[in-house]
Design a protein around this ligand. Structure first.
Ligand SMILES: [Fe+2]
Ligand SMILES: [Fe+2]
Length: 396
């Protein structure tokens, strides 16, 4: 799920959005690449390559978790088996995309497709822009599996590692894979979108990767995934609600069933972080503060379709306007997580830990205040064409 929020002045700087790191404004399409080599690296001018989408530039910190903390995750192997793997669903009990799509082997296929297309015709372009953005985000799944496997102490070392952490990551990926498949096939059949442009965007996005700034640390990584799973739960839930409002119960069911998976994944990831708070409250509150100061960048923030250098921002603006994912949701997620992890009740923290606790607990209210001010200043909505819908224009 990938969304940008409104332009909000936040902390001491004015960032273009929560979704973009501070240096994003330096990006120049196709000429700068994020250097991935080591901390302290600076922007480098890359050779213009046809497969290089716009990149963001900032220092990338690596392996920030002290190596001795890797032991914590090794010692949690059995705990993860009993407490985390139980949130996976056995394959035989899982829904599959085919359960929600016309059956190409049945005589009724043509008729079912005609009905699907008739329903899709009643849905406005702006909805499709958001649904396409959500689908593209889901389709960049290889990037998210890669991201999880950057995390020290929990990565899948072989590709078929028997550790609980590796089993989780592979099975999580396998569950998530159904999301992009289902939305992709639905959108293909709908006839309302430019599949070739969408497919190009997916190719660019996977080639581009993502930069969640989790520094190989499972503390940061699992805070990030907790946030993200809840963000996707909210946004798929909202596309379900809107589909229903547009009279398409079948599409509502599609979005709803995906949202339910996201909720289950959120439960697992938040449980991991809850455990970290129990074992290492100080280290975990500092990690939460760190992620929140950097802001949670959305997984598809490097999205590009070969044409629109502000595609992600434009898509996010439509999602914000339709109420699919908003600045308020960002604050709500943080507030929810702070409550879920009982951050306010943490005791025995270091001075630094107490400051982090104070910062994190005060942040949701702060974000909301800034959001209200930004709304008050909001300019007239502009109109943009989206290649995903054959350059038809949509209000941002
Ligand atoms: Fe998903
Ligand atoms: Fe997810």
């Amino acid at each position: 799920m990938a969304l940008k929020l409104n332009n909000l002045p936040f902390q001491s700087n004015t960032y273009p959005s929560f979704a973009l790191p501070p240096m994003a404004s330096l990006r120049s399409p196709k000429f700068f690449m994020a250097s991935t080599l080591s901390s302290g690296s600076k922007e480098v001018e890359s050779i213009k390559k046809p497969f290089t989408p716009p990149r963001e530039v900032h220092v990338q910190v690596m392996h920030s978790m002290p190596p001795q903390k890797i032991e914590i995750f090794k010692s949690l192997e059995d705990w993860a088996e009993d407490n985390i793997l139980v949130h996976l669903k056995p394959v035989e009990k899982c829904w599959q995309p085919q359960d929600f799509l016309p059956d190409p082997a049945s005589d009724g296929f043509d008729e079912q497709v005609r009905e699907l297309r008739a329903r899709a015709k009643e849905i406005p372009d702006e909805y499709f822009v958001v649904l396409v953005g959500d689908m593209i985000t889901e389709e960049a799944l290889p990037t998210y599996q890669t991201m999880l496997n950057t995390l020290d102490g929990v990565r899948d070392e072989t590709g078929a590692s028997p550790t609980s952490w590796a089993i989780w990551t592979r099975a999580w990926t396998a569950e998530e894979n159904r999301h992009g498949d289902l939305l992709n096939k639905y959108l293909y059949l709908s006839g309302q979108v430019d599949m070739r442009q969408i497919e190009k965007t997916i190719q660019y996005l996977i080639g581009s990767g993502m930069d969640p700034r989790t520094e190989n640390s499972p503390y940061l990584g699992f805070i990030y995934t907790s946030f993200q799973e809840r963000a996707t739960f909210i946004s798929h839930g909202n596309t379900a609600r809107l589909a229903k409002e547009h009279g398409d119960m079948k599409l509502a069911q599609i979005c709803g069933i995906i949202a339910a998976d996201e909720k289950r994944h959120e439960t697992a990831y938040t449980k991991i972080v809850e455990k970290l708070f129990e074992i290492d409250p100080n280290g975990t509150i500092l990690a939460l503060e760190d992620m929140m100061r950097k802001k949670i960048s959305m997984p598809a923030h490097l999205m590009y379709d070969g044409r629109d250098d502000n595609l992600f921002e434009n898509f996010s603006a439509v999602a914000q306007r339709l109420g699919v994912y908003t600045a308020k949701d960002y604050a709500d997620i943080l507030e929810f997580l702070v409550g879920r992890w009982q951050v306010e009740k943490l005791t025995g923290l270091s001075g630094e830990g107490q400051k982090a606790q104070e910062y994190v607990c005060g942040l949701p209210a702060r974000i909301r205040r800034l959001e209200e001010r930004a709304q008050a200043r909001a300019k007239q909505a502009t109109i943009k064409p989206f290649s995903w819908i054959f350059d038809r224009e949509v209000k941002l």
